[in-house]
Unconditional design. Structure first.
Ligand code: ASP
Length: 319
């Protein structure tokens, strides 16, 4: 028995790669890392790795994390610049007994010492988005269309579970801003005795509910991953609206150690990818309903193709 679930359609190619590794008896850590690296390397996804959108100083600052559900080891980098695969640095850090979460310059120094690949992560395309946004003079910092952190949860044939995330965070964020993605319990959590979860959306709000840990906690109480996801998102969404008048985008995925999975969102159209033993990787679309309830349907081929086409469309002012 093995399985893998990941946020957003952009993870499809990575999940297929990771799933092939799991099918052959591969390790959940290797599969999670390989899946996320695939997304980090693809230049047209403007919210992860190479091609990710910059902060207000036009610098690409990346956040990533990794958690081993057997040992509960956690590693993370935040606001790291000029390294090709932040998820691999996070995984390497997870093996450190202390100093396993590093930010900015400290993270870069570690990556350099360990020989990780340096790369200028700012593409001409990302620069074009930057100048376009400057002209629009939009001031509110929010998840933009196609924001999207990649987050994966893996279960391997030995029962090991892992979670990993990677993101460029919010477009035009302040230098040094860190979202939920490298924060254990908020952006991700994995416990092989129970299951794992990851989140995407407005980090500032996701952190208020420690939503990934909450999902794993609910699964530990015996809830099915779908119920755990809906309950966690529904509760956080309601609390935020009651106390603050509004809630940012909140979307989550989870899998338990039996390979059962779930997803929930408070937006219309959260896509995610699932791969399980005996099945090809599939893209689903989740739609928010009442009180955290969600409907998840398989996305049509047309939808899957349109997703990539819109992401690869020329940007005004590029070149
Ligand atoms: N959660 C990420 C952040 O706030 C962004 C996202 O998932 O779209 O940095």
């Amino acid at each position: 028995m093995w399985g893998m679930i990941a946020t957003w359609r952009m993870a499809l190619e990575g999940v297929s790669k990771g799933a092939a590794m799991l099918e052959q008896g591969g390790d959940a850590g290797d599969a999670a890392e390989a899946a996320v690296r695939e997304v980090e390397d693809f230049p047209y996804y403007k919210s992860v790795g190479y091609g990710g959108l910059p902060n207000e100083d036009m610098e690409v600052e990346l956040d990533a994390a990794y958690m081993d559900g057997d040992t509960l080891d956690v590693g993370a980098v935040a606001a790291i610049r000029d390294y090709a695969n932040p998820v691999s640095i996070a995984r390497r850090l997870s093996r450190e007994p202390v100093n396993s979460v590093l930010t900015g310059e400290g993270a870069e120094r570690f990556a350099h010492k360990e020989g990780f690949e340096r790369k200028n992560m700012l593409t001409d395309r990302a620069k074009a988005f930057y100048w376009k946004r400057k002209k629009e003079e939009e001031t509110e910092l929010k998840p933009y269309k196609g924001h999207d952190t990649v987050g994966v949860v893996c279960l391997d044939q030995r029962g090991k579970m892992t979670a990993a995330t990677s993101t460029s965070g919010l477009f035009m964020k302040k230098k040094g801003r860190v979202g939920d993605s490298p924060m254990v319990g908020s952006g991700f959590y994995a416990d092989s005795k129970v299951g794992g979860a990851t989140a995407t959306g407005l980090g500032e709000d996701l952190m208020k509910g420690c939503v990934s840990y909450e999902i794993v906690r609910l699964m530990k109480e015996g809830l099915h991953p779908q119920e755990a996801c809906e309950r966690a998102v529904g509760l956080l969404d309601r609390e935020l609206k009651e106390r603050r008048g509004k809630a940012g985008d909140l979307s989550v995925i989870a899998m338990n150690n039996k390979g059962e999975w779930g997803a929930a969102t408070n937006i219309q159209g959260f896509s995610f990818v699932v791969s399980a033993e005996g099945e090809a990787s599939k893209v689903y679309l989740a739609m928010a309903g009442e009180d955290g309830r969600c409907t998840c349907e398989e996305a049509s081929n047309q939808w899957i193709e349109d997703y990539v086409r819109t992401r690869m469309a020329p940007v005004e002012g590029q070149g």
